[in-house]
Design a protein around this ligand. Sequence first.
Ligand code: GFB
Length: 366
Amino acid sequence: RAAEVDPNGYVIYCPCMGRFGNQMEQHLGAFHFAAVLGRTMVLPPLVGHEPRSTIAKMTAFEDVFQLAVIKKHFKSITLAEFQRDIAPRIWPKEQRKAFCWTPRKASNGGEETGEEPSCRAKDGNPFGPFWDHIGVEEFAESVFYGQTTGGFNVGSIKEKEKWMTSYPPSSFPVLAFVGAPATFPSQQKHWHYQKHFRYSTRITSRAKAFIEDRLERPFVGIHLRNDVDWARVCEHVDPSRNLFASAQCLGEPPQDVALSREMCLPSARTVLDQIVDAVGRSGAKSVFVASDRDHMIEEINEALSAYDVKAYKLDDNDAFVSLAVLELADEFIGNCVSTFSSVVSRSRAHKWNKPKASHFWGYRKL
Ligand code: GFB
């Protein structure tokens, strides 16, 4: 059966920034934005990259998350349904407007002379491939919403009214954003939305099977973010400020703990000491390691030899299955700065009836 058109309109956006953790930070605010405006959210594909490649790879939202749970809490539609049933009826080519905060510069760096200011919605990667995937050959116009409204903050009635009067659904049935209409990182008041992002049965059953077959409970789950790109992020550590997802352990604004390099890029000593400590404290019988590069399995096994506890990793290192295992772990130690870790800490805090605590590398109270 064809989906009915929502008279309140739609929100669609490119999760064009960063990888999964970064995108998840923005989904929280973007879903809130659509909900406040009463619009239907077009469930965005996840924009990924093949390892060591810059070529964008789109994964359907419903391949990663449980559609029924999302639909129960957010008025939403799959991209496939939107393309098939809605776009042809309400979003003709000549009315496709791209929304961005301010005009974007050309990806080749130089301002092309004489060109109108534009969102350049399809310029660069993953922007071009994303809108191609949506089936948008080109946008007819750009709208710079940063100048005319309070931005995507729709916390107050006044801000909401501004959006409704500036861009009413009757003349703007589809708000198509070049980037998520949300802050990065997420705002603490939106963290609870994480509970509605339940992994698909395919992912959850793989995670549960791995726990059952390979791990022994209780188990400690850890996230080691140690690929080479991460060291560059950690150069920006400033003790007085939050960086990326660090509000997950420091709070917003930071309280009682100063951000340190050791929290961002912990030494092997710190990692091993904290694992031994967590195993000793919790009586864990196994350790699950998720990492983007070095899982440190041998070093961990050696450090735990006295406990007769071993460390394990997934055979295929699937990122979503890793996240699903980590959110089910009895203890979790993550990277305070990483948004990949923050997906886990938010899930642990909000998904289950009984919240699960999270710990972080190098975290020391002042
Ligand atoms: O998720 P993410 O935005 O978090 O990006 P950060 C990190 C990506 O690295 C993940 C992979 O989406 C995964 O593809 N990855 C990280 C992992 N940890 C693991 C792991 O334990 N297992 C597996 N299988 N994959 C930011 C980026 O990373 O890092 C920024 O998003 C930027 O855009 C910066 O690149 C350097 O916040 O950790």
